[in-house]
Design a protein around this ligand. Structure first.
Ligand code: FMN
Ligand code: SF4
Length: 455
């Protein structure tokens, strides 16, 4: 591991210097025009290569699960910014699967609010650019990380000593096959409501240790959802097939799927299937799943890696950690490169399936040339923006017009937006760039955490 140090790069030459010194590889290209190219996703075109990746704002109505004024505002700002595809954050399909008291949840009763969210977001994109952006919603169940009403209520799918002990969940019994059968119906129902609301696509969230991601590695679970590859991937594949059969043709089905749930075998996913040693990456099964999903009719496949709770340096390389956590164990550039190499391996195993990348925020104003390099060299088809878009929603506009970003507007990977999400009390957004709105929200969560004696 490299020693941790913070971002201190001014120019692309500085970046090249660090990459060379550390033996890392990231393609860099001055041809940022490539980022403005149209991309075909199944039967539709995206106006450019930028995707807003899902970013939970923790600002849903705690009573109804509907979006609120802050939610409408966040998505309108993303649309004003110019991305061709907005991937809305995790929206729970059942009350018990919410990750916090204010996670959004789509129901028959609150459907009009989601219709409004889609209409306003799409109208903003049309007004600013004359383009029709695609809007995907991420449907989720938080599994062992469920916290409905703010109360930790784990719904795990298998015993996993590596997670159970750390999370204090050894005594929790895994959910039954009957529960998972009913949950398939809940996902399909939420997908139909999403189509009715006007979303162009529906994502079955299978990343970051949440329920469907955990199922992928449920080697020790008995019954039809555990053991063999076919059983472990059954929930995702069967539910997606049901969605494809039951949704109108105008709504596509996709998934943001983990390619690495890092636990020693027989736990974990995307790891070498050999017991008795620490985990090592093996993407054979994630690649197989992506190919099957593509052949089944998913027009694109979004990916991520790791548990944000335990390896945040893998999925959101950062300079500042959450309160109470030490510095990351490595120089964040190493994490940026590792994420891009992983996406590269997935994308190049199936070049005809568009795969977006993520994890680029740490690069700040040096991101556009790296993004252009990644696209030119075929490491990914789309450039995903997470924290970068929270901080600087108009960055796409700037890159497409000027080819550059304003360094004074960039995300600094300070982790304050994640802190808000973890505390689960305030509403989430960029504390650094929108202090007036999100500063007090951060404070609310911190005060509540301290009152409970937490870090
Ligand atoms: C505050 C916050 C909320 C997030 N919410 C989600 C989410 O709802 N669904 C998801 O798949 N990823 C979520 N992510 C992960 C991001 O989509 C993205 O993969 C990650 O931030 C790394 O990309 P970046 O460097 O562009 O930020 C979240 C990340 C942050 C920081
Ligand atoms: S609060 Fe803002 S600057 Fe800090 S990590 Fe989040 S988006 Fe980036």
């Amino acid at each position: 591991m490299t020693d941790f140090r913070r971002f201190n790069l001014k120019t692309l030459d500085d970046l090249r210097g660090d990459l060379d010194a550390l033996g890392l590889e990231l393609p860099i290209s001055g041809n940022t025009g490539v980022l403005g190219e149209k991309v075909t996703i199944g039967d539709r075109d995206l106006p450019n290569r930028f995707v807003i990746q899902p970013m939970e704002g923790v600002d849903g109505d705690p009573e109804t699960g509907a979006p609120t004024e802050l939610t409408y505002r966040r998505y309108k700002r993303f649309a004003d910014g110019g991305s061709g595809l907005i991937w809305a954050e995790a929206v729970s399909v059942v009350p018990e699967g919410c990750s916090n008291a204010k996670q959004m949840r789509i129901t028959e009763e609150n459907l009009d609010h989601y219709k409004k969210l889609v209409e306003e977001t799409k109208a903003a994109g049309r007004a600013e650019f004359g383009h029709d952006l695609q809007f995907v919603v991420q449907l989720t169940h938080s599994g062992r990380f469920s916290r409905p009403g703010g109360v930790v209520t784990p719904l795990k799918v298998q015993h996993n000593p590596f997670l159970d002990e750390t999370l204090g969940m050894s005594d929790v019994e895994p959910v039954s096959d009957d529960y998972l059968d009913r949950l398939q119906d809940d996902f399909v129902k939420a997908a139909k409501l999403s189509a009715e609301a006007g979303f162009d696509g529906v994502d079955m969230k299978a990343v970051h240790g949440y329920l469907i991601a955990e199922l992928l590695g449920s080697h020790t679970r008995e019954g039809k959802y555990g053991g063999s590859y076919e059983n472990r991937t059954r929930f995702l594949r069967e539910t997606a097939q049901r969605m494809m059969a039951e949704l109108p043709k105008s709504t596509f089905v996709t998934s943001r799927t983990t390619v690495l749930e890092p636990c020693p075998y027989p736990y974990g996913w995307g790891v070498v299937p050999e017991a008795g040693k620490n985990w090592e990456v093996d993407l054979a099964e994630p690649k197989r799943l992506m190919k099957e999903c593509f052949e089944m009719g998913m027009p694109m496949f979004n990916v991520s890696v790791g548990f944000p709770r335990f390896q945040p340096y893998m999925n959101r390389p950062h300079d500042n950690s959450l309160v109470g956590e030490g510095n990351p164990p490595e120089y964040p550039l190493v994490g940026v490169e590792r994420f891009q190499q992983t996406v590269r391996e997935m994308q190049q195993s199936l070049p005809e399936c568009p795969v977006p990348t993520a994890g680029l925020a740490w690069l700040r104003h040096l991101m556009p040339e790296v993004a252009a390099g990644l696209v030119e060299e075929g490491w990914c088809s789309l450039i995903g923006l997470g924290r970068g878009a929270f901080a600087y929603p108009e960055l796409v506009k700037d890159i497409l017009k000027e080819g550059t970003m304003d360094p004074s507007k960039c995300c600094t990977t300070c982790s304050m937006c994640t802190q808000i999400m973890k505390d689960g009390v305030g509403c989430g957004g960029c504390v650094l760039r929108e202090k007036e709105i999100y500063g007090p929200e951060l404070k609310k969560g911190r005060v509540a955490a301290k009152a409970k004696g937490l870090a």
